[in-house]
Design a protein around this ligand. Structure first.
Ligand code: PLP
Length: 269
């Protein structure tokens, strides 16, 4: 019999499949693997995508989402969970219920809209995410459009720290507000941890690239992996951002698609 190795970090990604391979579960597996952990997955929906956009979304039956999670957690020690595209109310409800059985860091990427502007959430499902999932998060990773959906209509860059604090206080979790959607040449990601009452800004020069498809999925998976490996929240965030920054830089020259391309995770090595 093979002995179990409790030191192998395991990350469970509960997210949607992106046929194009740049975002969703596919990005999560590539990220978790190249950051040095074992990736387990529960697929919430199957999407048909290319660099031209999102063409079809087929939600997995909620009972099948639940059964994927249950069978994984009954067999594997889970050290961190990453939530991505959950899509509809029923899936959000079963995921929230299933998470009651797991005691480990949870990173939630509140996926709503793709960079192609296609919606990745069913109507009326956002409220369920807010109520059932965000309070369970160790870290919530909204980008600026998602922060606006959360009720923050600020347009002035000066206000983003306040927005991160508001979101963290509202949901009772740490928040990483990502600055990629500003027009600034220096990007500022803001980490607010209500437990420490601390605000921490990470600045990086903007990388000039169209290969940004899947950056949100990749970042949240990288942070979940570093948390699974035992890093503090702040160090997991710093390492996750560095991972994405380097990957964007290494992927910027590759062009084998028509439009907005993915990152090429294998280049990390
Ligand atoms: N497809 C899936 C399945 C996703 O989970 C996401 C984002 O989380 C996307 C597409 C969108 O990726 P992007 O906004 O980087 O294009």
């Amino acid at each position: 019999m093979i002995e179990k190795q409790p030191t192998t970090p395991v990350v469970l990604s509960i997210a949607g499949s992106d046929a194009f391979g740049g975002a969703g579960i596919q990005a999560d597996i590539k990220t978790i693997t190249t950051c040095g952990a074992y990736a387990a997955t529960a697929i919430t929906c199957v999407t048909a995508q290319s660099s031209h956009g999102v063409f079809d979304i087929h939600p997995v039956p909620p009972s099948t989402v639940r059964s994927q999670i249950d069978h994984i957690i009954n067999d594997l020690p889970i050290h961190a969970v990453k939530l991505g595209m959950l899509y509809d109310l029923e899936i959000i409800e079963v995921v929230a219920k299933a998470l009651e059985q797991i005691d480990c860091p949870i990173v939630i990427d509140p996926v709503m809209v793709a960079s192609s502007s296609d919606s990745l959430i069913a109507e009326n499902a956002f409220h369920a995410m807010e109520e059932l999932l965000f309070p369970k998060a160790t870290l919530l990773t909204p980008n600026i459009p998602e922060a606006k959906e959360m009720g923050h209509k600020h347009n002035d860059d000066q206000d983003w720290q306040e927005v991160a604090i508001d979101i963290g206080k509202k949901y009772g979790c740490a928040v990483l507000l990502k600055g990629g959607h500003t027009t600034s040449s220096i990007l500022t990601d803001i980490l607010y941890d209500p437990k420490e009452e601390e605000i921490f800004c990470i600045k990086n020069p903007r990388i000039d690239t169209a290969n940004t498809h899947g950056t949100g999925c990749t970042l949240s998976s990288a942070i979940a992996t570093y948390l699974a490996k035992g890093y503090t929240l702040k160090n997991a965030v710093i390492n996750g951002i560095n991972y994405v920054h380097k990957l964007l830089d290494k992927s910027k020259e590759v062009k084998m698609h028509s439009k907005n391309g993915p990152m090429y995770h294998y280049l990390q090595k």
